[in-house]
Design a protein around this ligand. Structure first.
Ligand code: GDP
Length: 369
């Protein structure tokens, strides 16, 4: 059995973790006392911890038990300042790691975080470093959320710098989810968040469940690691669930890779480096020849594709995880972040000059009373 740790860091990470716990409980509503007696049903041994400096963000969670909420004290908040965040992590490192250690040993950790706020974006790279240091055999995969592009220059700047830190870590890859790209789910932000969070949560649970299942064709943690190590070590996930109208497993695999079903804009045909395709469904829907042909098609563009087949009652469901050899959308985020920072720098020096010019008027004068 896999030992899985899921850490949600900062508000966004906390909320996605809450969505994971909600899905693991069957997706239903939670009562007021739920946080004291919840017992999510995970397929593996899964421990979850929501970590935050903002106590109100932790209070807002509905499906994460009180004992799995870790408040890291920080007197004045982060103000989206990653330097303050890094200091807060270092000041509290031992207690944070102690909370994790209490939960035993793990094969894999998923760290869920936004890249653009103050807490998650500054804590996560340091936290992942500590996990790798303290658990030499652990696989650590980050699920990193990119901001809406119109959220402002500080968020974009944070995303640029925290992504660079995450990419430079000696960890096991990053799964990207892009708020901007998934904005299409909904008109207003609050319901877009809910939809985005549950979309990510469902895919993560499917992945965990599959890695721990008896498969007809085997994919396991080792294969997942190999996929995440491909290309830039940055990837994303696609998912498709067939309905009664069309049970074709071939169509389900194709659909799982269509732009509409991805968490981040990627051109799988041109840019995938390695992939893993996991198919679940009733035995009568799982035509192994069709599956093999479809996987061979993907292999023609992606270097290597692992396939996993899990016999489970229902219409075909397909999860595709892949890493990328190119990520043009990331480059455009860096360009936009740099423009924003440059604009701010110029505005500041213009304002400073204006102020200096104003002071110059009274340079040789004394106060007269
Ligand atoms: P932190 O608590 O200081 O780490 O800051 P946040 O996690 O709130 O980071 C801000 C970024 O996270 C912004 O880009 C938000 O759009 C995004 N964000 C905040 N809450 C959610 C959420 O529930 N779901 C998603 N997908 N993004 C969120």
């Amino acid at each position: 059995m896999l030992n899985v740790l899921i850490l949600g860091v900062g508000q966004c990470g906390n909320r996605i973790l809450d969505a994971v716990n909600k899905e693991a409980m069957g997706g239903g509503g939670a009562s007021k006392i739920a946080k004291y007696c919840l017992k999510p049903k995970f397929p593996s041994r899964v421990e979850t911890v929501a970590i935050n400096t903002a106590i109100n963000d932790l209070k807002e969670l509905r499906y994460t038990t009180a004992k799995d909420r870790l408040h890291v004290p920080n007197l004045h908040g982060m103000g989206a300042n990653r330097n303050v965040g890094k200091q807060a992590f270092m000041d509290n490192r031992d207690s944070i790691m102690g909370e994790i250690e209490k939960r035993g040993d793990f094969d894999i950790a998923f760290v869920l975080t936004s890249t653009s706020g103050g807490t998650g974006s500054s804590f996560s790279p340091l936290l992942i470093n500590e996990l790798k240091r303290q658990y030499p055999n652990i696989t650590v995969v980050t699920v990193a959320i990119l901001p809406f592009r119109e959220e402002g220059s500080i968020y974009l700047q944070n995303a640029a710098f925290s992504m660079r830190e995450l990419m430079e870590l000696d960890a096991d890859g990053i799964i990207l989810a892009d708020n901007q790209y998934m904005k299409r789910f909904s008109g207003d932000i609050a319901s877009a968040y809910d939809k985005i969070n549950s979309t990510i949560a469902k895919r993560l649970l499917f992945l965990i469940e599959s890695l721990d299942s008896e498969m007809l064709s085997v994919t396991d943690l080792g294969d997942f690691k190999t996929v995440m190590n491909g290309g830039l070590r940055i990837g994303t996930m696609g998912y498709y669930q067939a309905d009664g109208k069309n049970n074709s497993v071939k169509d389900a695999i194709e659909n799982s890779l269509k732009p509409n079903n991805l968490l981040y804009p990627a051109n799988v045909a041109d840019d995938a480096a390695r992939a893993m395709v996991i198919i679940q469904g009733s035995r009568e829907h799982l035509d192994v020849d069709q599956i093999t042909k479809e996987v061979e098609k993907i292999t023609a563009s992606a270097g290597h594709v692992f396939k996993g087949i899990v016999v489970k009652k229902g219409h075909p469901r397909v999860l595709s995880v892949f890493t990328l050899a190119a990520a043009p959308e990331l480059e455009s985020i860096y360009a936009q972040a740099a423009r924003g920072m440059q604009d701010e720098k110029e505005k500041r020096s213009r304002a400073r000059k204006q102020l200096d010019d104003a002071f110059a008027h009274i340079e040789d004068l004394e106060e007269i009373y």
